[in-house]
Design a protein around this ligand. Sequence first.
Ligand code: SF4
Length: 243
Amino acid sequence: MQKIPITEIFSSIQGEGPYVGVRQIFLRIPKCNLACPYCDTETKMSQQFRIESVPGSRDFNEMENPVPLDKLLELLHTYDFSMHHSLSITGGEPLLWADELQVLLPILKEKGLTIYLETNGTLPDQLLKVLPWVDIISMDIKLPFNGQAFWDVHESFLRYSLPKEVFVKIVVHEETISKDLQQACDLIARVDPSILTILQPVTKTKNINVPKPYQLLEWQNLFLKKLINVRVIPQTHVYIGQL
Ligand code: SF4
């Protein structure tokens, strides 16, 4: 039986993007192929993972990593999905585990779950492995950092995502460059100008500052010249003390 490492499993309120406020089960998987300067997530793989004893209780039990897929399914089935909008598969970058997810997700779909994938949008070939069982794709477009740019893989990823519900999220901060935003906007417009695009002001971390109000207005204008649906939505879970 295949195994997969887990970081944590818990019930919480989605804090980002157009589904902000819905209740979800979060399945967080470790490891990431990027190292974004504003990353606020623990991505390293531990010998143990934590799972809420009762969904939403914040009372966690610890279990051994990696976990066999049949055991993980058993654990997920103890959760009451009727009060949850969807299962959020998040990370790290969950598509690093596409081989394991392509075994897990069909079984979860058979149980009637809505699968919501949160991804950095840089692994298009891995997306294809799980695409049939994903309902909603929250895809990041990462603006260039540390001399790395991701335009080509992002464009492929977004094109592959089109058969599903997909929206794009772009984290912006005080030092964000308009030229990069224009490139992101052009990329989305080439694929489909009606794709919902979220500009997400960074939550202040380390030396990375929240954009000024005038910057957000200018940047939304920039996107609205080519795209139909552009919203500015901050990370709301941090304001209400949610995980
Ligand atoms: S893609 Fe996400 S998890 Fe990975 S480093 Fe960037 S912010 Fe962190």
